[in-house]
Design a protein around this ligand. Sequence first.
Ligand code: PLP
Length: 409
Amino acid sequence: MIPRNPHIANLSSGYLFPEISKRRNAFAKEHPEAKIISLGIGNTTEPLTAHVVEGLSSEVAALGTPAGYSGYGEDLGLTALRERIASAVYGGIVSPEEVFISDGAKCDIGRFQWLFGAGAAVAVQDPAYPVYVDGSVMIGAAGKTKADGSGYEGIAYMPCTAENGFFPDLSLIPRNGLVYFCSPNNPTGAVATKAQLKSLVDTAREKGCVILFDAAYSAYIRDPELPRSIFEIEGSRSCAIEINSFSKPIGFTGVRLGWSVVPKELAFADGTPVMKDWTRLMTTVFNGASNIAQKGGLASLDETGLAETRALTDYYLENARLIREALSLPNFAAAGVELYGGYNAPYIWARFPGRKSWDVFDRILRECHVVCTPGAGFGPAGESFIRFSSFGHREQVAEACARLGKLSL
Ligand code: PLP
């Protein structure tokens, strides 16, 4: 028989979200009467906006006509979309040729892991979006789970804690490696300042590293002082790649569309431009994003589309405010629960001192019939934390908040 890929065999357990579903389903089976509400997974819930739907439907209609039909599109994405991203999202600080359209940020993360390969050392914020670590294990850039269970061998975990303001100690970054950095952060909701990103860029340059900057939640930043892109930071063009997505700004989680920016100046140790190899990889294993999705994305970035994006992200930010309010009620305050995030990000990161994340998860599920995400699933430093997601219908979020107010802690 064909041998199992040993790197995939190194993965310790199920991906976080399937485990949550397992527990939720087991509870639902025991209590079929329970009306479970999810504040767990970061999946969008609100319908697509009118102007974006127009963009999508006009392309569907065109595809049904001889004149409007097109098969495979431009390999790296519609030129018009690349141009609009460069101007509308980046205000011209990146060029359209540096923007590569994809089927989403998660898929691009996997392909970048492939691009850099098993030889590159890996550093992650701890806690982190699980794909950075699990994908690194799958390609062999990391080894087995450590004996003490605190993560995988070969990964430099950089704790992001309340004590360090959720910004890591950069001396932990290995030389010549790949540094995953997510801001606004999933799961902590922390947003790095310009000064913090400048120190990250300076360290990456000094250590010969590449920063994979995940900006999937940049549309949630309201504070004008906070950077929305790594490319706002001087020196970043020679050490960073930015990954972004239409999922969280306009609800394309199911439609699937994203992009990555690979600057011309970024090069491997032998001088080969990263852009050259990325183009080769994308044109080999990716056949371009859906033409329908790209027309929707294009609509989302004109004046009307940007106003819709703002309204939609405001909706989720208002949910975040309600959740923060509920988690500040006397039952939580008395238990010493500390709240972080939720202002320029759709996630609230709550610390339950002295408790295990999965225990709190189970308690909230059993008592409130609310699903949240145990912080421990995002890395060793997530223990004792719970992530609450603001992606939900308002009535459901309000109901979940009312139930949380009665939780006994
Ligand atoms: N990056 C982060 C930090 C995320 O939280 C998510 C989804 O939850 C993604 C990327 C995936 O985005 P996409 O839907 O574009 O694949």
